[in-house]
Design a protein around this ligand. Sequence first.
Ligand code: SF4
Length: 303
Amino acid sequence: MRYVYGPVPSRRLGKSFGVSPIPPKTCSYSCVYCQLGRTNRFQIKREDFYPKEEIFKEIEKVMKTTKPDYITFAGDGEPTLCKSLGWLVNKCKKKFSTPVAVITNSSLLFMPDVRKDLSYADVVLPSLDAGNESIFKKINRPYKGISFEEMVNGIIKLRNEYKGEIWMETMLVKNVNDSDKALIEIKKCLEKINPDQVYINVPIRPPAESWALPPSPERIVAAHQIIGQIKEITEIEVGDFGLSEFKSAEEAILKISQRHPLREEQAKGVEKHFRANVIESLISSGKIVRVEYRNKKFLVVNR
Ligand code: SF4
C-alpha cells in the first residue's frame, strides 16, 4: 500500500486509518518539532501528486477488512497540498459510514478552494502554535510569503463557513511559545477562532531540531491556567498498529516508521506478530536508526 497506513492508535481520533495523498515530507512548513525531520519538499502550490482514483482504490481495499474510528487525511506533510483532497474526502463520505477527519497545519486555509475541500469532512484538526508573527516564523518556519495574519484569518474563515467540528492543536515547545506572554497571545487568537475543542501537545518523539523540547510541567500547568478549557495530549498514545496490510515485519517497521517514529517496544510487538527478528538487521543495514529521546528508544527511517 502506497497511500494508506494503519489503522494507528491516535490520541485524539482513537483507531485512525491514515491516508497520505502527498509524497514524503511535502509541506508548507518546516516545524522545529516535526517528527519527520526537516521539510525536503517545501511548497505552497497545490498539486495532484498521484492519480486520485489510485488513492481511493487503496482506501476501498483496506476499508473492506477494517473498521476504524476515523478515516484520517494526514500523512507525511500537509494534506491540503493535494488538489484532489475534496474529491477524496467526498468519495469517502459517500461510500463509507466512518467519519472523516483532516489534520492540517492551517497554512492554506486562506484559500477558498481548500476550505471548500474541507467542508466535506466531519472534523478538521488545524494547528496554531503561535500568537504572533515572530513566534510563528520561529516554530513553524513557513514557506516564504505565508503570513501569520493570513494564516489565522484562514482559520477564522473556516470557522465561519464550516458546519463540522474544529479541534485546534497547539504544540508547546520549551522557551519558544510557553511563556505567559506567548500563551496569552495564543489564547487571544483561539478566542477569535472559537473552535469546538483545543488540545495542547508537546514533542514526544524525536524532533527535527534537537533543541525543540517539551516545556516543564509548570509551564503546561500555566497553559491550562491561561488558555483554559484545553485537553492535554502530552502522553504517548497506546494501542496496536494495524498490521494486516503488511507481508513482513521488515515492511511493517519500515512503512510505519516512515510516517510515525516507532518506539522500540512497539517495533518489538511487530516482530512478535510476524515471529521474526529484524530490528537489528535493519539498523546494521542503515535502513533505520535508533534514537534516544526523553529516556525512550525510537526507531526512525534513515533519510
Ligand atoms: S509538523 Fe506537520 S506542518 Fe510541521 S513540518 Fe511536520 S508535517 Fe509539516
